[in-house]
Unconditional design. Structure first.
Length: 277
């Protein structure tokens, strides 16, 4: 079966033909996600580009991955990247098209489960270190989305901790400090190699402790890391894995396999197209 996969990102959107049997993509195009100030115009550009590609290849099935909360009815719930809250994207397409919409990180997980490092694994977690920090879980032969569809965030909420021994309160949103965007900023700002490495080690420890907390909570068989930053930075990857294992509580759980996705830039497109598989 051939479908159109649409991977909407914070800065760019990738659209391609997906062969759901072979796990391959073709005729890929990339357009800006925020060409206009008006997010409705940006959505129209994405939709029209998707329809044009579908028409050219006589395809009626279009899968879309969105970097927002998506409930179990396919409705966007949030304005994190775009002002599309409560949008039902299926209503923006002509009625002769079949449309499926899900969170981008669950599309990534789907690609890994069907054709990547999650193949034949019953219980694994995919963690995306990209514009934000998000995760998705494959459990008992299906994607676990939660009772409402919001099981993707593990670092996006305000964490407020009070040390009563020192009468000190710490509050922060981890995603605001440790996302792929922040890592790129660190690499740009700190030109001194040694200082940059020290900061990245601290960032790696923070990310590793967050991942370990997730492992301690849901106990998966395997972790797959994705996102352009982690795929292209061996130093960061090795340190995140090291600190993740450091903060896992159970000794035998420290043996968990943690690997990096092989898909690089095409995971989201492939997974979006696989929403119909």
């Amino acid at each position: 079966m051939k479908t159109v996969g649409v991977d909407i990102g914070g800065t760019k959107t990738a659209i391609a033909i997906v062969d759901t049997n072979k796990g391959s993509i073709s005729s890929k195009i990339v357009i800006p996600s925020k060409k206009y100030r008006d997010d409705k115009k940006n959505l129209n550009l994405i939709i029209n580009s998707s329809i044009e590609l579908a028409k050219a290849h006589k395809i009626k099935h279009i899968g879309i991955g969105v970097p927002e909360l998506i409930n179990n009815h396919g409705i966007i719930k949030g304005n994190y990247n775009f002002k599309w809250n409560n949008y039902n994207l299926t209503k923006f397409f002509p009625s002769n098209y079949f449309i499926k919409v899900d969170s981008d990180v669950r599309c990534h997980l789907l690609a890994e489960q069907k054709f990547g490092k999650g193949k034949n694994i019953n219980n694994f977690i995919y963690i995306n270190i990209g514009s934000g920090l998000s995760y998705a879980q494959f459990k008992e032969k299906k994607i676990y989305s939660g009772s409402r569809g919001y099981a993707i965030h593990f670092a996006s909420s305000l964490i407020s901790l009070y040390d009563w021994k020192k009468n000190k309160k710490i509050s922060l949103v981890p995603e605001d400090y440790y996302s792929g965007k922040d890592i790129l900023k660190i690499e740009k700002i700190f030109k001194d190699t040694n200082k940059r490495k020290k900061i990245l080690i601290h960032v790696s420890e923070s990310i590793g402790s967050l991942i370990a907390s997730l492992i301690n909570t849901v106990d998966p068989q395997q972790i797959i890391l994705g996102g352009g930053v982690i795929v292209n930075n061996i130093f960061l990857k090795n340190n995140i894995i090291k600190f993740t294992k450091k903060y896992i509580l159970a000794k035998d759980a420290k043996k968990i396999k943690i690997s990096v996705s092989n898909f690089r830039d095409n995971t989201g497109i492939l997974g979006a197209g696989l929403l119909f598989k």
